[in-house]
Design a binder for this molecule. Structure first.
Ligand SMILES: Cc1cc2nc3c(=O)[nH]c(=O)nc-3n(C[C@H](O)[C@H](O)[C@H](O)COP(=O)(O)OP(=O)(O)OC[C@H]3O[C@@H](n4cnc5c(N)ncnc54)[C@H](O)[C@@H]3O)c2cc1C
Length: 226
């Protein structure tokens, strides 16, 4: 009998006990859970539910495939239904995880040989952290677009020279302005594989910029959050 069953809670393999909520900014937090009981490819997402609540939402896995804990990174959406509830979770609360889902990301062979530019807005950085933690030899540049430098989630984990912070509302980034401005000003080698993740307006604008720079559509991989 599992410890949860001893507490009279009917659960299956998909339930995880929250270890902690790590508040990174006023709105954004990561949820730390026990080690994943499924295998996933970094870049994939999972569905997160709360025990007793019928709804769920999708979140990219934030942790690496071999990490001791399963993590997701969540931004609380103003007037959103689910994210305020996730933010209020406490250690020991139960969440239900389904998945993994999706094809975003790359396998180990491609990771070893490719040259990558990761383009993320806000919490769209999550799948890239998973890829970077899973494949230590990855040749990447991570371009992260946020409003303020305080949203550079876990920046200390990325070596200098690999991470470019674009801030649109303060002067504390590596680039002052939207990440699309940085993309326009940048030169990338012809064999780059681009991975884009975040809100749809950033992704649509970035697609146009990369097309104008002459990159083929099959060099560009997208994960749209909303
Ligand atoms: C494949 C996939 C992976 C995702 N991964 C993540 C992730 O790793 N981290 C994460 O925070 N979210 C992620 N999302 C978004 C997430 O699933 C929810 O939509 C989000 O958390 C809002 O939930 P909510 O119930 O609070 O809002 P709802 O009550 O469902 O309201 C939805 C409204 O919020 C807007 N919205 C959704 N996300 C945001 C946001 N970040 N900022 C501003 N407005 C937003 C939507 O456009 C919509 O208008 C992902 C979505 C998809 C499809």
């Amino acid at each position: 009998m599992t410890s949860l069953e001893k507490e009279g809670i009917k659960v299956d393999e998909s339930f995880y006990k929250v270890i902690n909520i790590n508040h990174l900014t006023k709105e954004t937090f990561s949820i730390k859970l026990p080690k994943a009981r499924f295998t996933f490819k970094p870049g994939q997402h999972i569905s997160v539910g709360i025990h007793g609540n019928y709804q769920s939402r999708e979140y990219s896995v934030y942790s690496g495939a071999n990490d001791e804990n399963l993590e997701v990174l969540v931004k609380e959406v103003e007037n959103g239904y689910f994210t305020p509830r996730l933010r209020n979770l406490k250690a020991g609360d139960l969440v239900e995880i389904r998945g993994p889902f999706g094809k975003f990301g790359m396998g180990p062979k491609v990771a070893e040989s490719g040259k990558f530019v990761f383009i993320a807005s806000g919490t769209g950085i999550a799948p890239f952290r998973s890829m970077i933690r899973t494949y230590p030899g990855l040749d990447y540049t991570l371009i992260h677009g946020v409003r303020k430098a305080s949203e550079a989630y876990d920046r200390h984990e990325y070596p200098s020279g690999r991470y470019v912070l674009c801030t649109s509302q303060d002067f504390k980034g590596d680039y002052q302005g939207r990440l699309t401005g940085y993309l326009k000003d940048s030169i990338f080698s012809a064999d780059t594989q681009f991975y884009l993740c975040g809100n749809s307006s950033m992704i649509f604008d970035a697609l146009e910029i990369l097309r104008d720079k002459g990159f083929e559509r099959d060099q560009i991989h997208c994960e749209v959050y909303f």
